[in-house]
Design a protein around this ligand. Sequence first.
Ligand SMILES: Nc1ncnc2c1ncn2[C@@H]1O[C@H](COP(=O)(O)OP(=O)(O)OP(=O)(O)O)[C@@H](O)[C@H]1O
Length: 268
Amino acid sequence: MVEVNRTNNQKQVIEMHDVSWRRDGKTVLNAIDWQVAEGENWALFGLNGSGKTTLLNMLNGYIWPTTGTVSVLGHKYGEVDVREMRKSIGWVSSSLQQKLHGSEKVQNLVVSGKFASIGLYEKPTSEDFDRAEMLMHQLRCGHLLDRTYQTCSQGEQQKLLIARALMAQPKLLILDEAANGLDFISKEGLLDSIQELALDREAPHMIYVTHHTEEIVPPFTKTLLLRRGEVFMQGDTTEMFSGEILTDFFEMSVDVSWRNGRAWLSKK
Ligand SMILES: Nc1ncnc2c1ncn2[C@@H]1O[C@H](COP(=O)(O)OP(=O)(O)OP(=O)(O)O)[C@@H](O)[C@H]1O
């Protein structure tokens, strides 16, 4: 497991300096500067095609910047084994959902997160099963323990995937469009669980990736607005989500109303 290196790179969870990524004559990411300090939870907000997935692929070491530097947990990419780094990064995305075996018992599916395997091939300890159960309770899905994954609702499956990611005790947890496709009740249930998790002092640093402002719960105090592969603006979430800034961002007149610490958008 990679530890945060506090001597070389003090208290930075993510550092991107002047990062660009070009493919097929297209600049997908351009001049990205982004620092995530220890203790911060960030939202990464952008419309379809703004470059969010590309940026996450870079954080996970699946692609390399064309120019610029990327450091995660104090380790500069290019000088560290990215496969080792990935053990410290949990990435919950819908593409993972498609790879999992639906007939797997939920308990095994969560435990398999410790080994980063699809399916359970290594022998877990009884402590592993206890931890899986504890995490499932923390995410309010403890009652699913004996079910198979395919019998769980989409909202329940998302919670299970988060519990699975936490089994590996990551230092950084990326929730990539976690609430996509969920109905109102399931979405609110998931967001409650994410909020509780983010407030837990033992929890990893979290990045919540979305194109819906109202999904960003209060513990995500920082937001990066990504537009057409560039940082449009970044800072405190409460400042980023003003009518004025988002009207510029969307190039469309919008109003923002804040309820329960979340920003709700409407077209003017
Ligand atoms: N390998 C590639 N080669 C060429 N263009 C690419 C490549 N990967 C991504 N792109 C383009 O880069 C842009 C950003 O894509 P990306 O998937 O990162 O956006 P996104 O913000 O995650 O979008 P969404 O919210 O729809 O998932 C898109 O226009 C996409 O077509």
